[in-house]
Structures are given as C-alpha cells and as structure tokens.
Ligand binder design. Structure first.
Ligand SMILES: C[S@@+](CC[C@H](N)C(=O)[O-])C[C@H]1O[C@@H](n2cnc3c(N)ncnc32)[C@H](O)[C@@H]1O
Length: 616
C-alpha cells in the first residue's frame, strides 16, 4: 500500500512534467533507456552520454525530487532526444512494472521497444529483475537495446536541428519505407526490361557490355541507391564505420584472385561440384586455409560461390574475369602502384606544403616512389631485368592494357548516347587517344567517320599494330592516322569537326587542364567542338545540370556513385587530378575561352561534355 501510494505520487508528478514541460520534446524521442536503480542511473549516465546512446532527458520514477532535478540538470546540458527512466529501488515488487505500463500509456510509447540499459558493473536489483521479467512476459526482448517505436501516424518533424537528423525516428521510418518502395518499383522495372529483352539480363564472359535501355539504366541506379539508403538506415552505424575502415581488404582479396587467375582455374575444373580448396591451393601455391578465407570474403561480396564447404565455383560476376586480359589488367592496376600511393594519401593531406600543392609532382604518388617524377615519367623509366638487360616496367604494359579493359566496359554508352551518326564523314581527332581504343570502337560502329589518333610518340608507335588486329579495314581505307603530339602544345590539326579527350582532363590539375584546352582553341573552326569523355561528378546535394535521384535517395544515387568517388580519389592520389562536376568543367572551359554547351548524360559512368568557343 505504502509503495503503491509512493509510486502513484511519483507518476502524478511525472505526468504533470510530461504534460507541461517535456510533452513537445517527446515527439522527437527515438530511444528510451530504462535505468534500474538509483545507483544505477548515476553509474549509467556518464556512460550513456559518452557512449553510443543519445540522451535528452531523464524522467525518474523516483519520488525524490532532488534526484529528479539532478537528472534533469544533467539532461539539460545535453541536446539529444532520448528519455531515461529511473526505476528507483523504492519501487518494490511488481510496482516498477506497473509504473512502466502506466507510463507507456501516458506518453504513448510502446514498451515493446523500451531499451533496457544497465550501468557498468552494476548489480541488477531484485525489483529490476522483476521489471525485466514483466517486460518479457509481454513478449518483449529484455536487456537488449531495441529501437523505440513511434506510431506510423507520427508527423515528421521537419524543424529539427539537422545535426540530429538521423536521430529522428519518424524520419528514419518514413525514409526506410520510401526507399523500400523505390527498391520494389525499380526492381519490377528491371524485371520487365529483362523480360522484354532477355539479352539485357546477362553478359557472356568476354562480351562487350550491352548498353541498357534508359528504363533499365534508371532502374539500376535506383536499385543501387535504394540499397545503400536501406543499409544506412538499418545498419548499426558504428559497425558500418568499422566495415568501411577495413573495406580495402575486399579489394586486396580481388587482386589476389585476379593475379592467381582463380576464375580460369575454376572454369577448367568441376563446374557442378566446384573445385576443392586443396586443388586451388596446389595450383596457385597459396596455402589452402589462407586462400579459402580470401575467396570466402569475395563469396560474401557476391563474387565467386562456395557451393559446399571448401568447394568453389565461378558465379556470374567472377566469370567475367575469364580469359579477359584487358579486364584483369584494369582490376589489377589499383592493386599495384595505385595502392602503394593510396597508403601515403592520409599523410600527404596533412603535410603543410603538399596538402596545399596542386602540382602533379606533389601528389601521394610521389611520396610513395620517393621522387618527384610524374606517373608518366615513372612508367616509362626502364628497369634492369633479371638477365641484366634494360627493359620496360611491367606496369607500363599493364597500364596500356588496362585502358583497353576500362574502355571496353565503359565505352559503349559513349558510342550510343552521343549523335556520332549525325556527323557523317567528319574527322575525329582523339587527343591523348592512347593507341586509339575509343576510335577503334567508333570506327566499327560509324563507318563514315575518319580518325586522327594523337599521343606521345612511344604510345602512337604501338597504335598501327593494334589497329591491324582490331580494325584492319579502317587502316587500309586510310580512315585513321597517327600523330605524335604533346597536348600542351598547339594543336596541329586545324578545323576538325571533333576534338575528343577521353580520360585526359581527370589526370591533370586545373592549370594543366586549362593549358590543354587552350592549346586546342587556335585550331577550332566554326563547326568544331571539343568532346570531353570523363566522369561528371555529382554530389549528394544535386546539381542543376543533372537529374536528381528520387527522394529519399541522395541526389547522386549514393551507392551508384561509389566508383566515381573511388576514381576521383585515385586521380587525387596519382596526379593531384580530379573528376570534375559540371560547374568545375565549365569554370575550366571559360578560362580557356570556351564554354559548356551541353552535357550528354550517357547510360554509364562516363558522360560527354560538349564545349564550343565561348560566345561573347
Ligand atoms: C588515361 S590515358 C587515356 C588514353 C585514351 N584517351 C583512352 O581513353 O583510352 C591518358 C593518355 O594521355 C597520354 N598523355 C600523357 N601526357 C601526354 C601529353 N603531354 N601529350 C599527349 N598525350 C599525353 C598518355 O600517354 C595516355 O595515353
């Protein structure tokens, strides 16, 4: 009786407080902590405040007003959005449980989602155990932190401090529902695109990727973006940070398997039951349990499959590595000098001189090789071969081949989504065109176009051999010429219809890009255009130059944009270069006397930005 009246008294006080003082705040409550016992709350509070939880207010069930004011005093210093209940030791028997139930009615939260939080090393008092049991009897989890639920009718608070945006549960729920809806709708779109064109659903190893229909492309972007948004909302945020921090091991695992040619070994073995890890170990020389762990990491990332324990097969993703040297080269490229350079990036970014530098001789790459040579100079440096003679660095060949690999995968949308066909028998000058990878593909698709491939002398020297294999007709019909040319000097081919630069500007800092573009200007005729084939960076904030992803996805489709950021940081690491936004390209263009007239959004990661002489 005594305890009953004390608890009722406490509840009355609490009810008054809830109604007049904290009622409005409770709309933002995202988590509830149940702190067992007076001593417990003192021990727990500091931990809660410093740890993972968030705390706005303590609401002691204890009738002790002194204690109450201590707790609210602490709470007032914090600007979080949780509630702590102090189930005082004064509540005995099952009264604590009753209090909890009554409270749940008053503030309309569901005790299913009450967080039970205990202070460190604290002994659970008898009555707390009863509360826990009481909670459990109602089909709840106990002693575990469970998110506090807000009814779906709860209105979103759009006026919350953005700092605590992610703590607003109502917003989180609404976002998750919208992301799942997008995921379902976009998946149906992808399925119907696959059903109307089954060849769009798969790609055979070695085939050029098919350019997807616009519907399928949009659906893919949305599915990836929505998956990322769902993961962000449901995953433990601290665990997510750990995961990203260690993510480079996924890349390392892929490099190991590409180097060891695992896909090919699996393809030669038993495709139904899989190849045993012992056999893989024998063929690669990598100790079996070590290789198994590397492979299992990739299986969990949906690359390779382990059908039964210790037996591996290729899957739809890993089989793309079969007999595809250019693709393998591009996969392995970031695993060598690129990876070594990336290890220096954190250090270089805080170096007072190097961090401020925009020079392509002061990037992380130079810190990793211990000299100020550019990547191009370093690649061309001869090395001493095992027989004592001088020869080319293996990285040089790998780089050349990898450009073919990336071009094959990312090129097709560039061929389809720019109106090359309207140019009829135009001349395309490929500036820094390598051996002409882009032009080879265009020459096959548009037989009326003519090409001039320009690059540094040692590169263009290799080009005729490549064309003789890839498109001998174009070579014999004199549709292609090769000119050694340094793109920092004036363009020798005048009045061409197209000056094309693929994967060029992103390799260079701004000043060099302005110089490259300025060197083209004197050659431009009235109908000349410059086409830049590079990634056009979009941020999560969106841009007036490209369509934003549907709400609630990040404007740039988040996860779908991941590779673009990876490349952007690779360019920073290797050259102090960058992948640029439309606004940044426009700024460079203007400084060179040009302007962006159109961004051609292509159905892939690279887009085409069209520049013309600036109208004054
Ligand atoms: C990333 S690769 C791109 C190659 C080609 N555009 C493609 O898409 O496959 C950059 C190219 O720029 C060339 N390059 C670097 N510096 C150059 C310069 N000063 N003048 C001309 N080409 C240069 C390199 O030899 C290399 O072929």
């Amino acid at each position: 009786m005594y305890h009953q009246s004390r608890s009722e008294l406490a509840l009355l006080a609490l009810y008054t407080v809830l109604l007049f003082e904290i009622g409005p705040i409770l709309r933002n409550v995202t988590e509830v902590f149940l702190i067992p016992g007076d001593r417990g709350i003192r021990q727990s509070l500091p931990n809660i405040g410093k740890g993972s939880s968030s705390l706005l207010l303590t609401i002691p069930i204890s009738p002790s007003l002194t204690e109450y004011s201590i707790f609210t005093g602490i709470a007032k210093d914090r600007t979080h959005t949780d509630v702590i209940f102090d189930t005082s030791t004064r509540f005995r028997g099952s009264k604590g449980g009753n209090c909890l139930r009554i409270l749940s009615r008053i503030i309309k939260f569901n005790t299913d989602h009450t967080t039970i939080c205990q202070g460190k090393k604290q002994q659970v008092p008898h009555e707390t155990t009863e509360i826990l049991r009481d909670v459990r009897e109602h089909g709840r989890q106990s002693r575990e932190r469970v998110p506090f639920s807000v009814s779906s009718s709860t209105k979103l608070n759009t006026e919350i401090n953005p700092r605590y945006y992610n703590l607003n549960l109502a917003e989180r729920i609404s976002k998750l529902r919208s992301a799942v809806k997008l995921l379902v709708e976009a998946s149906e779109q992808a399925i119907s695109a696959w059903e109307s064109d089954p060849s769009s659903a798969s790609i055979l190893p070695g085939d050029l990727p098919k350019v997807p229909s616009f519907d399928l492309h949009n659906a893919r972007q949305t599915i990836l973006g929505a998956s990322g948004t769902c993961a962000e909302l449901v995953q433990d945020p601290q665990q997510r940070l750990f995961e990203v921090s260690f993510q480079y091991y996924e890349a390392r695992a892929l490099h190991v398997t590409a180097r060891a040619r695992i896909a090919e070994i699996l393809d030669e073995g038993d495709k139904v039951n899989g190849v045993s890890i012992d056999e893989l170990s024998k063929k690669t020389g990598i100790k079996s349990h070590k290789l198994a762990r590397v492979l299992r990491m990739l299986c969990s990332a949906h690359i390779f499959a382990e059908g039964s324990t210790g037996f591996f097969t290729n899957n739809y993703v890993s089989e793309q590595m079969l007999n595809n040297e250019p693709l393998l080269a591009y996969i392995m490229l970031p695993g060598g000098f690129g990876y070594d350079a990336s290890a220096k990036l954190p250090q270089v970014l805080v170096d007072p001189i190097k961090s401020q530098s925009e020079s392509d001789r002061q990037a992380a790459f130079q810190a990793s090789i211990g000299s100020n040579k550019t990547l191009w100079e370093w690649l061309e440096e001869p090395i001493t071969l095992p027989d004592g003679t001088k020869g080319a660095k293996p990285d040089l060949e790998l780089f050349g081949l990898s450009m073919v690999g990336v071009g094959r995968v990312q090129g097709p949308p560039l061929h389809s989504d720019y109106p090359w066909g309207d140019l009829e028998n135009a001349t395309v000058v490929d500036v820094g065109g390598g051996v002409g990878g882009m032009c080879i593909d265009l020459s096959r698709k548009y037989p009326n176009l003519n090409f001039i491939v320009e690059d540094r002398a040692p590169v263009v020297e290799q080009a005729p051999r490549v064309w003789a294999k890839e498109n001998p007709e174009a070579l014999h019909a004199d549709r292609v010429k090769f000119i050694p040319h340094d793109f920092f000097t004036e363009q020798p081919v005048k009045n061409a219809d197209v000056y094309h630069l693929r994967f060029i500007l992103h390799d260079w800092p701004d000043d060099e890009c302005i110089q490259i573009l300025s060197s083209l200007v004197p050659a431009l005729g009235p109908n000349s255009r410059i086409l830049i084939s590079d990634q056009v960076m979009r941020t999560t904030c969106g841009s007036q130059h490209s369509k934003s992803a549907p709400h609630p996805l990040p404007a740039n489709y988040g996860l779908a944009h991941r590779y673009l950021h990876e490349l952007d940081l690779a360019m920073l690491t290797l050259f102090n270069g960058r992948e640029r936004t439309a606004e940044e390209i426009d700024t460079l263009a203007k400084k060179a006397g040009l302007e962006v007239v159109k961004i051609w959004e292509c159905r892939g990661v690279i887009w085409i930005t069209e520049l013309r002489v600036r109208r004054v």
